[in-house]
Design a protein around this ligand. Structure first.
Ligand code: PLP
Length: 408
């Protein structure tokens, strides 16, 4: 077990973990959907509204200056978090979904044409499928899909077969939300680049578990959501290489993204503002910095090591349950474990666990094509974060035995 972190002390940083659900202490195992927020993030949110709530960039009064400084400081913090070469290449978005749509609607509509091919994978979240399907419908381009094996790993030789001079874009998930698989993204990027294709990585799940370095990865675009990393909902980033962002048209039109507007013609602002129309989620952006500071304080390696201990322990204990099958047993995994139980519907499992205060996710996890691949309609998914404990895993296992007794 990891002894560098005092998990009980960490738990005190998260007020929500003291909640009582159905008369039981909350056991929160739905971290892949969203993580809970530490007190310093909550304080940053209320601190902004209590002390310097003002619109950014345009005001000259003190509150506006303070809000603008905090907002831009957060951008710099996010730049450091992914090791982007410059802050101008870090676009503040509403989250991963927003980032992917931005790329599909700007880069895609400008540079991908009829007959061109876009490659995604079987394990994509709907947010990395539908924007590309919408583009294909509009432009007449073709979507290709990398298949996976029964363990939930990409078939890399099949990926290579899909690559050709027609491939213009590859958009894949860094870490699967439904299976926990860590994909070999560096290899995907270098192979895609070899045929001249651009690559976007969906980092929604990777960001809380893995060290991120977009320069080392050499990806063209990287997108993530802060609510998966102990930060607020409704904000995220899109990283893009400067030359690509410069060449792309704006996404949404409005205030902030312009240089000059006349009724005859509008000229657009520089990066990153060209892609940031309207008043953003200022409080959430400001608070994001504190979430990343918190992760740094604990140390990403320490967090990952604790989560891996939980994953190993949970995987072994789940395998002891008769009639339970784990979906997703990749060699490289983060702390997400999905499973099905013989003859018991995942929704019933979720309802019974909830009666015992245990929050898990059930259903298709916004990955319906992946569920089809496994011939199932959904799974029960437990996903662990830094504040989870072995005792909580034991409660999950105990809860599942109760489920079996009642419905098995
Ligand atoms: N991609 C993956 C792999 C995810 O897990 C999620 C959220 O669960 C998303 C994309 C969408 O993220 P958001 O809803 O924050 O835009």
């Amino acid at each position: 077990m990891n002894n560098k972190l005092d998990i009980n002390l960490i738990r005190n940083d998260f007020p929500i973990l003291k909640e009582v659900i159905n008369g039981k202490q909350l056991v929160y195992l739905d971290n892949a959907a969203t993580t809970q927020k530490p007190q310093l993030v909550l304080d940053a949110l209320t601190g902004y509204y209590e002390h310097y709530n003002a619109n950014i960039h345009r005001g000259i009064h003190q509150l506006a200056e303070k809000a603008t400084a905090a907002f831009e400081e957060s951008r710099l913090r996010l730049q450091k978090f992914i090791n982007a070469p410059s802050a101008e290449e870090v676009i503040l978005t509403y989250g991963t979904t927003d980032g992917i749509n931005l790329v599909a609607q700007t880069y895609g509509r400008s540079f991908i044409k009829e007959g061109d091919e876009i490659i995604i994978s079987t394990m994509e979240h709907h947010s990395n499928i539908v924007p590309w399907q919408m583009l294909c419908e509009e432009k007449g381009c073709v979507l290709r899909v990398i298949p996976i094996n029964d363990q939930g790993e990409l078939l890399m030789d099949e990926f290579e077969k899909l690559l050709s001079e027609r491939t213009k874009f590859v958009s894949v998930v860094h870490v699967s939300n439904a299976l926990g698989t860590i994909n070999p993204v560096k290899e995907i990027i270098s192979k895609a680049h070899a045929v001249g294709a651009k690559v976007l990585l969906d980092g929604a799940q990777a960001s809380s578990h893995l060290h991120l370095d977009v320069q080392d990865l050499d990806c063209d675009f990287y997108t993530l959501s802060l609510h998966k990393i102990y930060g607020p909902t409704g904000m995220g980033i899109l990283y893009g290489k400067r030359a690509l962002l410069d060449a792309m048209p704006p996404y949404r039109g409005g205030g902030e993204m312009i240089k000059e507007v006349t009724f005859a013609k509008t000229t657009y602002n520089e990066l990153p503002y060209k892609f940031e129309a309207g008043t953003p989620n200022i409080a959430d952006v400001v608070a994001a910095k504190y979430a990343l500071d918190y992760v740094d304080l604990l140390g990403k390696e320490n967090i990952a090591s604790h989560e891996n201990d939980l994953l190993e322990y949970a995987t072994a204990a789940l395998k002891e349950i008769d009639g339970l099958r784990i979906i997703g047993e990749a060699k490289e995994k983060v702390s997400v474990v999905s499973f099905v139980m013989n003859g018991i519907h995942h929704q019933d499992i979720g309802v019974i666990l909830d009666q015992h205060g245990i929050a898990v996710r059930t259903g298709h996890h916004c990955t319906q094509p992946l569920m089809n691949r496994f011939n199932i309609t959904g799974t029960t998914r437990a996903s662990f974060a830094v504040y989870n404990t072995i005792e909580e895993v034991d409660l999950l296992i105990k809860g599942l035995h109760k489920v079996k007794k009642m419905l098995g």
